[in-house]
Design a protein around this ligand. Structure first.
Ligand code: ADP
Ligand code: ASP
Ligand code: MG
Length: 815
């Protein structure tokens, strides 16, 4: 035989009950001899709790009672033929009246005992099982409703009763004997004590009922039908990438469910384990899927852990004091006390010095635990051998679980790296001696982020999601979006990276969408749905969302964003930027930014600060990291100046070329911003700093291209007038170069920690001789590349290549 248990959502609506009927009929027709256990319709147990509490406080409950009645009546109207409806309505109405009387009693007494509460809660399962059995009777006349409180015998621990095994076994066996060949619908969740008073088995306890019946009747399998595809690697409501686990051992399932995976109630595993009956967790709404099988032995999964679960609300109590040292009985006394008073200790850690014990409890038990400790250890406290503990609240437990963990070193390292990299502070750690589980206590507000980060770390082959906040939608920003849009599927497929742009801001508007802005229509979305831009607000919102693997992109040329970088790193967010301001300001700022990023384990990538998309910063860093020593760097890093000198040959005048460069949009509105060399100087400064030199911009020896008269001209027009007058000067330069078979180049140089930039003449043997268009070139002379320097050359400007460089940096984040 088989036990089929259906949870609240599976019997929550007319549509879902139809699915249940089909699964049960299928099994019955195949002669699998199913026994069905149903939960209350979804939401009903919570409503009953509410009503009981309301009654005890003298508040009305009849509105909710009507809701419950109507919820069931509605199903009857839709799923039972009219001519059979009446007796069912009558019976349900009688039960509702019964419930009403009980609630009235509670209201009169203004008192809700655990016993009365269990009686009230039992109606949920009684309603649903009676109702569904009557629906099924239309198709399978052998259907029969069973109130399990007559068969499951328990102690009197109302709300969380424990089974009396022998008696229960006898009663269930007798039931099966008298009801052979019947299709039984058995109420989950409820039992009764020796006086016949109704008890409940704990929230989620219908799973347990199924396992008890399965174990007594020697079922071939216990199937738990719910609304997800089995036990998943994490809570799917928090971790969207959680996936279904095909096989789990009883121990693994137990650990995962104990630490919060509520898809199955932890005690369920015990009866199944004792009789080695497999449990399957399956999806009522996708019955063709196999879901998860829980069995004696775990499988050899590809992953070192099976899953990550969590309890979102936990309090910890920390006991310290010299009185604990060497006193072997101390923790015994403490935990016996808590056990006796039914305080469930979720997790314990003890420092090796025995100076302190930290344990976690449900928040509702915390104050009581303190009072108990104060009474039990009164003497020790008075003698100052123990410090009166305090409760720490708003915490969560996160646990990684799996039997393979035992055989795989480095699991805790991986866990702590993922947490640390995302700035999540760990308050306490516990590793069970079984090594099936490592648990950490963290702040509650970090839980969602932690679960996702740890999930990404352990299931690395899975797609990793980067959450991007992009500032600046000019040429580079817009081009980047275009590239990201085009490459989205490719990245997902080939690099297992999903990039979601979740925040966009320009100087006018800003927009957030945690599910990812559609980059096919971001302009429209920003325009129609965006709020008024506010940089501080943008950054605060980004921090508040607390997303894992988060990246801030500064695609502006503005000074302001850089003032936030340090704060952003401190929030464990990586930065990718084409903006040079931050790295070329004071050296102290450069150093502090790099230091902060390193300390917080996040990335700071700015390849496009030098030579647009050309790999220059990366090459320099790789050389240094691999132990090479930089002897000299020579470079032409201004596309504009490069263009001007490359074309300053033959008959054209310098004046004409500058004019043309401006017309082509190669120069700033005032061409002196390029020809003055300041931008070039910034790039050299960044390279020198990355090469390990603590230099300031004032240390750079910046040689002029333009004569003084041009530089001091008061307007752009006047500058051009002066440039025309300086024709002679430039022609002389050009002629001198031509006569010697040389060309004019504006070259930056880093050597022995000194940076200089100057106009030079180079001949055909120099690597910079043949340069065309607006190309950049850089040569690294190093210990390894001494004879022939390492040269990088190519287009050093343009939106397409710059955005491509930002894109490459983005993909490298967290790689
Ligand atoms: P039922 O009403 O069928 O008993 P529950 O609500 O008790 O269902 O349990 C199923 C729910 O458990 C799922 O909808 C899911 O949101 C939640 N859940 C939490 N953690 C996990 C997990 N690791 N795997 C599967 N489901 C989980
Ligand atoms: N109806 C009960 C609850 O909601 C038992 C169960 O669904 O398993 O806790
Ligand atoms: Mg459940």
């Amino acid at each position: 035989m088989k036990v089929l248990k259906f949870g609240g959502t599976s019997v929550g609506t007319v549509a879902s009950i139809e699915k249940v009927l089909s699964i049960v009929r299928d099994s019955f027709d195949k002669d699998e001899k199913p026994l069905v256990v149903l939960s209350a319709m979804s939401g009903v147990t919570n409503l009953l709790t509410q009503m009981a509490e309301d009654a005890a406080e003298g508040k009305g409950f009849s509105e909710n009672l009507e809701i419950i009645e109507e919820k069931h009546f509605d199903v009857v109207r839709k799923l039972i033929a009219v001519k059979f409806q009446n007796p069912v309505f009558t019976k349900l109405k009688l039960m509702v009246n019964d419930l009403d009387d009980i609630l009235q009693g509670i209201a009169t007494l203004r008192e809700l005992s655990a016993q009365s509460k269990d009686l009230v809660l039992s109606f949920g399962e009684r309603f649903s099982n009676y109702m569904v059995s009557k629906i099924m009777e239309q198709y399978v006349p052998e259907s029969e409703y069973i109130n399990a409180s007559h068969y499951i015998k328990t102690d009197s621990d109302f709300g969380n009763a424990h089974i009396k095994e022998d008696l229960t076994t006898q009663l269930i066996q007798a039931l099966s004997y008298t009801h052979a060949n019947k299709l039984l619908f058995v109420t989950g969740f409820i039992g009764s004590n020796d006086k016949g008073r109704v008890t409940t088995l704990g929230r989620g306890g219908s799973d347990y009922t199924a396992a008890i019946f399965g174990s007594v009747l020697g079922a071939s399998i216990i199937e738990i039908w719910t609304d997800v595809n089995g036990m998943l690697t994490a809570d799917p409501r928090i971790v969207k990438k959680a996936f279904s686990l095909p096989i789990l051992s009883y121990t693994e399932a137990m650990e995962l469910s104990y630490f919060g995976a509520k898809v199955i109630y932890p005690p369920t595993m015990i009866p199944a384990f004792m009789k080695k009956i497999p449990i399957a967790i399956r999806n009522t709404f996708e019955p063709h899927l196999l879901g998860t099988r829980i069995q004696f032995e775990s499988d050899k999964s590809n992953y070192p852990i099976k899953g990550i679960s969590s309890i979102s609300d936990i309090s910890i109590i920390n006991l310290t004091g010299s009185g604990m040292i060497g006193k072997s009985g101390f923790s015994g006394r403490l935990f016996t006390l808590l056990a006796r008073e039914q305080i469930n200790v979720v997790l314990i850690t003890q420092s090796s010095s025995e100076h302190s014990i930290t344990f976690a409890v449900n928040p509702s038990d915390a104050t009581r635990a303190l009072t108990l400790i104060a009474a039990e250890f009164e003497l020790e406290l008075a003698a100052n051998k123990l410090v009166m503990p305090e409760v720490e609240e708003d915490l969560s437990v996160l646990a990684i679980v799996g039997e393979n963990m035992k055989r795989t070193p480095g699991m805790s390292g991986k866990l702590f790296h993922a947490l640390g990299r995302n700035g999540i502070n760990v308050r306490a750690i516990a590793q069970g001696s079984s090594e099936f589980n490592i648990s950490v206590i963290i702040s509650k507000e970090d839980l969602a982020k932690a679960l996702n980060a740890v999930h990404d770390a352990f299931f690395a082959e899975l797609k990793k999601t980067l959450y991007v906040f992009n500032l600046g939608t000019g040429n580079i920003g817009a081009t980047l979006f275009k590239q990201l849009y085009k490459q989205h599927d490719f990245l997902l497929e080939n690099n297992d990276i999903e990039i979601k742009v979740v925040g966009i801001s320009n100087s006018r508007k800003m927009l957030f969408d945690v599910s990812g802005v559609d980059l096919g229509s971001w302009e429209e979305a920003l325009e129609t749905k965006g709020e008024i831009a506010d940089l501080t607000g943008f950054i605060e919102h980004m921090k508040a969302l607390n997303l894992p693997n988060c990246v801030f992109i500064d695609n502006t040329a503005s000074k302001l964003p850089a003032t936030y970088y340090e704060d952003i790193f401190k929030s464990n967010i990586s930065i990718v930027t084409c903006n040079k301001i931050a790295n070329s300001g004071d050296y102290a700022q450069y150093q502090s930014l790099h230091e902060t990023a390193r300390k917080h384990g996040v990335d700071f990538y700015y390849e496009t600060n030098v030579g647009a998309g050309l790999p220059i910063v990366r090459v320099l860093k790789d050389l240094m990291m691999s132990g090479d020593r930089i002897l000299k760097i020579e470079a032409i890093l201004s596309g504009t100046i490069s263009y001007i000198f490359n074309n300053f040959v033959g008959d054209v005048s310098f004046y004409e070329i500058v004019k043309k460069a401006q017309e082509l949009g190669y120069t700033e509105p005032d061409p002196r911003d390029d020809l003055g060399g300041v931008d070039f100087m910034r790039k050299m400064l960044i390279l020198a700093r990355d090469a390990g030199h603590a230099i300031e911009s004032s240390d750079v020896n910046l040689g002029a291209i333009l004569p003084e008269s041009c530089l001091s001209a008061s307007s752009v027009d006047e500058f051009y007038a002066e440039l025309l007058k300086a024709e002679q000067y430039f022609n002389a330069l050009k002629d001198r170069a031509a006569a010697a078979g040389q060309v004019i180049r504006y070259i930056g140089k880093l050597e022995k920690g000194k940076v200089s930039i100057s106009l030079q003449m180079v001949d055909g043997t120099h690597p910079f001789y043949a340069l065309s268009g607006s190309d950049n070139i850089i040569s690294f002379t190093t210990e390894r590349y001494k004879e022939r320097p390492l040269v990088v050359k190519g287009p050093g400007a343009g939106a397409e290549v710059t955005a491509g460089g930002v894109f490459a940096d983005l993909v490298n984040v967290g790689a």
